[in-house]
Design a protein around this ligand. Structure first.
Ligand SMILES: NC(=O)c1ccc[n+]([C@@H]2O[C@H](COP(=O)([O-])OP(=O)(O)OC[C@H]3O[C@@H](n4cnc5c(N)ncnc54)[C@H](O)[C@@H]3O)[C@@H](O)[C@H]2O)c1
Ligand SMILES: [Zn+2]
Length: 432
């Protein structure tokens, strides 16, 4: 089946790019960070984490290893779960006051890794947070100086932030999630040790696992890089659209998820499932970190940013929040029903990788949404945006928030109008 692309550039792009950090994977990989840092010539290292991860003891264990190599190490455990402009400013202020540093280690989920990226940027470069935040929310400034080495040690199986060039934040006054995106933000070394993920609560495993799944599905179905107008070298962006290398990682991530996701949520002690999930998160990060994501992520930003009073299980405190992976998942089935026509073969292949029984009878456009909904039900993800507090009357506001995410919508495989997004939200009010 040929792709029904709505994009026909006058001068099609012929070049795609691919970047990743160095990677160490496997149980025990995080025992070698002291040695790894000793090879960089670092003298003062900042370990960035959040209170929940600090309570597992992993960040202090990493700091002790670093100290054993004669390197000074300090732990900052003030990361906010799902960082905000306020929390990032506070982290940067602390790091500036206690610096200088010559290397950073992030131990935690996407929240800690993204906080470390902002701290690294703003302790090596002039200016303030909002100068670097993507336009139109911020100034979209690029760093002028090189950043310090950043070792990223994920303790969730989700974001892939250890491989990517972005830092996501909530700008509280504007009720909008956005990011800082620059290739220099990418960690220099990713240390993926699945043993660290065993204490990840079931609710976090479910939400962050949906993030992996959507990274893989969105990058796999993204607008192909050849359908963009040709760029000059200075205009290249980290997200260049679906390409053969990102495709490979996405397919592999989907297969790994198929055999491990439900088990990892049900039994956190299952080391095999934890190992596959950690690998899937890394693979999907390597894919989407270069290809990009599209509609479910664009929708997730207003869904999470305008939260009313929902608070998920497994997350600390009781302040209202919709975790990133959950907010992405809630509109994914409907988003993929909408994008199906752009490339039916890819949607079918993705459904088949996730569930070999997917392709039996009925309307092929339903296969992927059906597989997603079955999975979401099994792992206790809420059944639509209605289940996290939104109603019909909120849709215009949500649509407005999505339409602001033009950087993400640009990689959607079809052009997306306000009416299209409103339809996706409306059909996502109640998924089952
Ligand atoms: N930079 C990127 O490329 C990228 C991509 C996707 C999402 N994100 C961002 O990442 C953030 C979400 O990150 P996340 O889903 O990894 O979760 P997280 O970092 O927000 O952590 C979620 C919760 O799980 C706890 N936790 C984490 N690991 C644990 C462990 N091993 N044991 C016990 N508790 C543990 C934390 O303390 C926290 O309470 C969001 O802000 C999202 O926007 C960034
Ligand atoms: Zn994501």
């Amino acid at each position: 089946m040929a792709a029904a692309s709505t994009h026909s550039p006058a001068h099609p792009e012929s070049v795609f790019t691919y970047g990743t950090p160095q990677l160490k994977y496997g149980p025990g990989a995080s025992d070698e960070i002291g040695y790894d840092l000793s090879q960089t010539g670092a003298n003062r290292v900042l370990v960035v984490t959040d209170p929940g991860v600090a309570a597992t003891g992993h960040p202090q264990r990493v700091a002790d290893q670093v100290t054993a190599f004669g390197i000074e190490a300090h732990v900052f455990d003030g990361t906010h779960v799902e960082p905000t402009d306020e929390s990032l400013r506070a982290a940067v202020e602390w790091a500036r006051a206690h610096g200088p540093w010559d290397a950073i280690v992030a131990v935690g989920g996407g929240s800690s890794i993204d906080t470390a990226k902002a701290v690294n940027l703003l302790t090596t470069n002039p200016g303030e947070l909002m100068d670097y935040v993507n336009q139109p929310v911020g100034g979209g400034r690029a760093p002028v100086n090189p950043l310090n080495p950043l070792v990223a040690v994920p303790t969730t199986t989700g974001t892939g932030s250890e491989s990517t060039t972005i830092c996501v934040l909530d700008v509280l006054a504007l009720k909008v999630k956005t990011g800082i995106s620059h290739v220099r933000l990418r960690p220099t070394l990713a240390v993926v040790d699945p043993a660290l993920t065993r204490t990840q609560p079931a609710g976090v495993t479910a939400a962050s696992g949906m993030d992996i799944l959507c990274h893989a599905l969105e990058s796999y179905t993204a607008r192909p890089y050849t359908t963009f107008e040709r760029k000059g070298p200075a205009q290249r962006v980290p997200y260049c659209g679906a390409n053969p290398i990102a495709d490979m990682w996405a397919e592999k991530a989907l297969s790994l998820l198929a055999g491990s996701f439900r088990t990892a949520v049900r039994d956190g002690e299952d080391t095999d499932a934890r190992g596959r999930m950690a690998m899937a998160a890394t693979f999907a990060g390597m894919g989407f970190g270069n290809a990009g994501v599209h509609i479910p992520h664009a929708n997730a930003y207003p869904v999470a940013g305008r939260v009313k009073d929902f608070h998920p299980e497994g997350y600390p405190g009781d302040e209202p929040m919709i975790p990133h992976g959950m907010s992405v998942a809630l509109t994914a089935p409907e988003a993929f029903r909408f994008t199906f026509a752009a490339d039916p073969e890819r949607h079918l292949r993705a459904a088949r990788l996730l569930d070999p029984r997917a392709e039996q009878t009925g309307d092929p456009a339903e296969f992927l949404p059906t597989v997603l909904i079955a999975l979401m039900r099994d792992i206790d993800i809420p059944g639509g945006i209605g289940a996290v507090g939104y109603g019909e009357g909120d849709i215009p506001d949500l649509v407005e928030g999505t339409m602001k995410q033009q950087r993400l919508l640009a990689t959607a495989p079809r052009d997306v109008t306000e009416e299209d997004v409103a339809g996706i939200f409306r059909r996502s009010l109640t998924l089952w």
